[in-house]
Design a protein around this ligand. Structure first.
Ligand SMILES: Nc1ncnc2c1ncn2[C@@H]1O[C@H](COP(=O)(O)OP(=O)(O)OP(=O)(O)O)[C@@H](O)[C@H]1O
Ligand SMILES: [Mg+2]
Length: 505
């Protein structure tokens, strides 16, 4: 061998040894001629052990049987089977263990009979990480598939990048139909688009990881709008920049409909109960109206008489007319209040002076009480804070309580029936309005059940008065309670919190 050839051979050897891949060179019979360092490490053989042996010792029994045939066919036909093609195959170590390798085989140029070189790269690690990734992906996919809520991912432009099966069911569409499309334009009705589009800007203002909730409608393929309650978080890249939006959505169409229906029927019940209370008070109200009407009649007759004389006293007539106008205004006022009370209306909260509210309903209750021989007195200290409440509803509660008190004292002999409406600021917070009577008190056998709907001890009672009153008070974040009065009597009280946030002040 010339010096140059020797140097080239040495260089080749060094190169082979430095190669990370296992390199194996075989002749046309399949016998190993070269086995580099990496091959030694990979297969657990020393080169001396394998040189001259059939390369199939590096293969699994299945490949072993075929390998000689591959080479023979290549030699006969020139058609490569694995030559020139990279592929993943199973290899076998000296200790018999099998592992995956990526194999590339090439024919060494200008060799006759041909010699072949094989490069092998252990891909165990790659295989396991791919499998782990695959498992993760499958699991994530399963979560998406079984999720009972809609899961939706959008990119920063608001285009759909994911919609799970539940989402597809709600929308009546396939995920593929929506992928890449503008979510709002595709499914959100125009009125709700602003809410939907604002989520991203809103999330951008929140600290990373924070979520936000909102409700907006989407339109299904059948054109039916569904109300969805959304919970959204921003998706971020490693630099914390927002890359999109992940939202879970729950179809709350039915729930909202039922809630609305319940609210409506509650309102209807309140209205009916108000009408019933008014019915019970009708005699008192009629009496109350009768007074100004009788006065008007009297003053009118007097005027007529005054004008019948030769020189009428104009001043007296003027005074009578003034009285007529005043009484008519009073009658009108009673009717206005009545109308207010029986009107079917949505709740309206306003800052209210509770004492004024009580005074206002007095025209009605006073007449009712007087008619039943009950003394009604007020104990309303001034300077109470105003409360945010629905005037008519609270008046309805108090009317119910006064009605109950009047009814409780009917037929009680001995004591003079009396009702006191009182406002106080109890030490443990809030404002209290109480209605106490000196009747027999609530039958202890009934106890707390009196607040249940349809619990009544009266022949023609509905048993709804207290139940509805309690609902109204609770809607004001307050409490309707009862305490017995010593030596006998009942006291119902309404506790209302101050302010809209703090109920313990
Ligand atoms: N001031 C009171 N004194 C004694 N018992 C009372 C008093 N207020 C209520 N009760 C008892 O509580 C029950 C329930 O009252 P609630 O107002 O809910 O229904 P009701 O008055 O029986 O029927 P409705 O209000 O439809 O006329 C009454 O039947 C009565 O037994
Ligand atoms: Mg009642």
């Amino acid at each position: 061998m010339s010096a140059a050839a020797e140097r080239a051979a040495l260089e080749n050897e060094a190169l082979l040894d430095a190669t990370v891949d296992a390199v194996v060179i075989i002749n046309h019979r399949g016998h190993i001629e070269t086995f580099n360092r990496s091959a030694e490490r990979l297969f657990g053989y020393r080169a001396e052990e394998v040189l001259g042996r059939n390369v199939n010792i590096l293969m699994t029994p299945r490949d072993q049987a075929n390998h000689d045939a591959y080479i023979a066919r290549y030699l006969a036909t020139g058609i490569p089977h694995i030559v020139g093609i990279g592929r993943e195959v199973e290899a076998r170590r000296k200790d018999g263990s099998v592992f995956p390798v990526e194999l590339a085989v090439g024919r060494i140029r200008n060799t006759e009979p041909p010699r072949f070189v094989g490069y092998m790269h252990d891909i165990t690690l790659r295989r396991t990480s791919v499998a782990a990734l695959q498992r993760e992906r499958d699991r994530a996919q399963q979560y998406l598939d079984v999720a009972g809520v809609m899961l939706l991912a959008l990119d920063v432009q608001g285009r759909v990048s994911l919609l799970n099966p539940r989402g597809c069911t709600v929308l009546g569409r396939m995920e593929a139909e929506l992928l890449g499309r503008d979510w709002c334009e595709a499914v959100v009705p125009e009125d709700d688009r602003e809410i939907a589009r604002k989520i991203l800007t809103h999330l951008a203002e929140l600290p990373p990881g924070a979520s936000c909730t909102c409700e907006y409608r989407i339109r299904s393929a059948q054109g039916e709008p569904r109300l969805i309650a959304w919970n959204c978080i921003a998706l971020r890249d490693p630099e914390n920049l927002i890359t999109g939006l992940l939202c879970s959505g729950e179809d709350v169409t039915e729930r909202r409909r039922v809630e609305l229906e319940a609210q409506r029927s509650q309102q209807r019940a309140m209205h009916v109960s108000r009408l019933a209370t008014m019915g019970e008070m009708a005699a008192g109200i009629a009496h109350e109206l009768n007074q100004p009407l009788a006065a008007i009649t009297n003053f009118a007759q007097a005027s007529h008489r005054l004008l019948g004389v030769a020189l009428p006293d104009i001043e007296e007539v003027r005074e009578a007319l003034r009285q007529i106008a005043a009484q008519a205004i009073r009658a009108g006022e009673i009717i206005r209040r009545l109308r207010n009370l029986v009107r079917d209306r949505a709740t309206e909260r306003e800052l209210t002076d509770v004492n004024e509210l009580i005074q206002e309903m007095l025209t009605l209750t006073q007449a009712d009480a007087r008619l039943h021989g009950v003394r009604l007195s007020l104990d309303l200290p001034s300077g109470l804070p105003r409360l945010e409440l629905d005037r008519i509803q609270i008046q309805q509660v108090l009317l119910n309580l006064v009605r109950n008190a009047i009814e409780a004292m009917e037929g009680t002999a001995g004591v003079r029936p009396e009702i006191v409406i009182r406002t106080t600021l109890p030490a443990d917070g809030g404002l209290e309005i109480s209605v106490s009577d000196n009747g027999p008190g609530v039958n202890p056998e009934i106890g707390e059940r009196m607040f249940d709907p349809f619990c009544t001890t009266k022949e023609s009672g509905t048993g709804l008065g207290l139940a509805i009153s309690r609902t109204i008070v609770q809607a004001h974040r307050g409490r309707l309670g009862y305490r017995a009065v010593h030596p006998h009597g009942a006291c119902f009280y309404v506790r209302l919190p101050f302010g809209s946030e703090d109920s313990n002040r």
